[in-house]
Design a protein around this ligand. Structure first.
Ligand SMILES: NC(=O)C1=CN([C@@H]2O[C@H](COP(=O)(O)OP(=O)(O)OC[C@H]3O[C@@H](n4cnc5c(N)ncnc54)[C@H](OP(=O)(O)O)[C@@H]3O)[C@@H](O)[C@H]2O)C=CC1
Ligand SMILES: C[C@H]1O[C@H](OP(=O)(O)OP(=O)(O)OC[C@H]2O[C@@H](n3cnc4c(=O)[nH]c(N)nc43)[C@H](O)[C@@H]2O)[C@@H](O)[C@@H](O)C1=O
Length: 355
């Protein structure tokens, strides 16, 4: 991961439009107010880009991708440097750096157990972080914002594959309803900014992600890093069996975080619209199937048991990725290939993992 926090440089603010001017000149709304006349195109490589959450799984991958693509002025702050629930501090920072582009990849994130156990933290912290960052971005006149939600925003029993238009058409999955409501509020805030100010801000809804820099903590993590750690430890210790959560029958769609980062840049350069865009592969597997792949990759030959007292969560949440494909992007990292490289990353970094 990134070894140190970037410093914020002083530079000429004249390249950035004042907020009032931006809103006036970007008064692009139609009668419905949600579509703009903005035409997406290549981002300015020398513009300031604020990646909120740049030390996380997704923010870290976006930072690497933007660096690879030649961006010269990426800025970010760690959680300990800037708590995004501190509204005045967020306004001070965003107004100081005045980014032209902003990706909101900071959030309280966790797997099924964390979401189910701490719903207050998930709804409260995420609402605060989002509202603070998006309000500050509006005041600072950020031209293009990408807000990241999650596929759990859709009804728990949505028809498969899940199209963007299924949002708010049914009940949420109870294990993550608090988190999902916060994310839905974020989508609505982006749409509201488009409607009220005509700014071309957008939202993307990723499926379950994994890759280098993930959270591998046994209780708080998502399934894929949890199983990599569990099976790797079992293989090393010569254990006869491992026990996973639930029945193993739920289906999940997994996207490598480097693909996610590429999709984020692609959407910023090629998509503008009020609808959130699903980001995934369009294919899913059962938890049992992904467990078998991980066991095989790490070399575990024992037995797998299932603790059915633990929740399964949503049975299936496979995304319809037609809108993303229509925007010109499809995933390229296969699941087994992605698991192999993530196992390698995990083994190389097992001494420095976050808990
Ligand atoms: N991982 C996944 O499978 C999925 C993720 N997403 C979305 O992608 C985005 C990024 O998630 P991901 O990278 O996985 O999560 P991570 O937990 O890896 O990263 C989130 C980052 O946000 C930071 N952060 C959290 N709260 C605050 C705060 N109050 N102030 C400052 N920084 C804060 C965290 O810092 P610290 O760790 O120090 O608290 C961390 O660096 C989120 O919006 C998430 O909802 C969507 C679908 C699936
Ligand atoms: C990204 C997404 O992530 C969460 O939803 P989830 O998809 O249910 O996430 P999960 O990865 O934690 O579990 C997937 C499946 O896997 C099973 N499972 C088996 N064994 C382990 C295990 O050891 N750990 C975990 N975490 N799960 C396990 C588990 O029982 C479940 O059936 C929400 O935060 C939601 O808000 C969200 O957005």
């Amino acid at each position: 991961m990134l070894s140190e926090s970037p410093t914020v440089r002083s530079r000429c603010d004249c390249a950035h439009k004042a907020f009032g001017e931006l809103v006036a000149t970007a008064n692009l709304g139609t009668a419905a107010g949600e579509s703009t006349d903005f035409v997406p195109g290549p981002l300015d490589r020398d513009a300031t880009v604020y990646i909120a959450g740049h030390r996380g799984l997704v923010g870290g991958a976006i930072w690497r991708k933007f660096e690879e693509e030649g961006f010269t002025d990426l800025v970010g702050k760690t959680h300990s440097e800037l708590d995004l629930t501190d509204r005045p501090a967020v306004f001070d920072y965003v107004n100081e750096v005045k980014p032209k582009y902003l990706v909101l990849a900071a959030a309280k994130v966790g797997g099924i157990m964390a979401n189910n156990t701490y719903p207050v933290d998930f709804i409260s912290e995420n609402l605060q972080v989002q509202v603070n960052v998006l309000d500050a971005a509006l005041e600072a006149g950020v031209e293009r914002v990408l807000f990241l939600g999650s596929s759990c925003i859709y009804p728990g029993k949505a028809e498969q594959p899940i199209k963007e238009e299924y949002l708010l058409t049914g009940y949420l999955e109870p294990t993550n309803d608090a988190y999902a409501i916060a994310k839905i509020a974020g989508i609505l805030q982006i749409q509201a900014v488009r409607r009220q100010y005509g700014l071309p801000w957008i939202s993307a809804m990723p499926t379950n992600l994994y890759g280098p820099g993930d959270n591998f903590s046994p209780q708080g993590s998502h399934v894929l890093p949890a199983l990599i750690r569990r099976y790797d430890e079992a293989a090393r210790s010569g254990a006869d069996s491992v026990t996973n959560w639930g029945t193993g029958s739920p289906r999940r769609e997994f996207l490598h975080v480097d693909d996610m980062a590429a999709a984020c840049l692609h959407l910023l350069e090629n998509y503008d619209g009020p609808a959130q865009v699903n980001v995934g592969t369009g294919s899913d597997v059962t938890i049992k199937e992904v467990a078998d792949v991980i066991a095989d990759v790490v070399g575990f030959e024992g037995e797998t048991q299932w603790d059915t007292s633990k929740p399964d969560g949503t049975h299936q949440k496979r995304l319809d990725v037609t809108k993303l494909a229509d925007a010109g992007w499809t995933a390229s990292i296969g699941l087994e290939e992605g698991i192999r490289s993530t196992v390698q990353w995990y083994r190389e970094h097992s001494g420095e993992l976050r808990e």
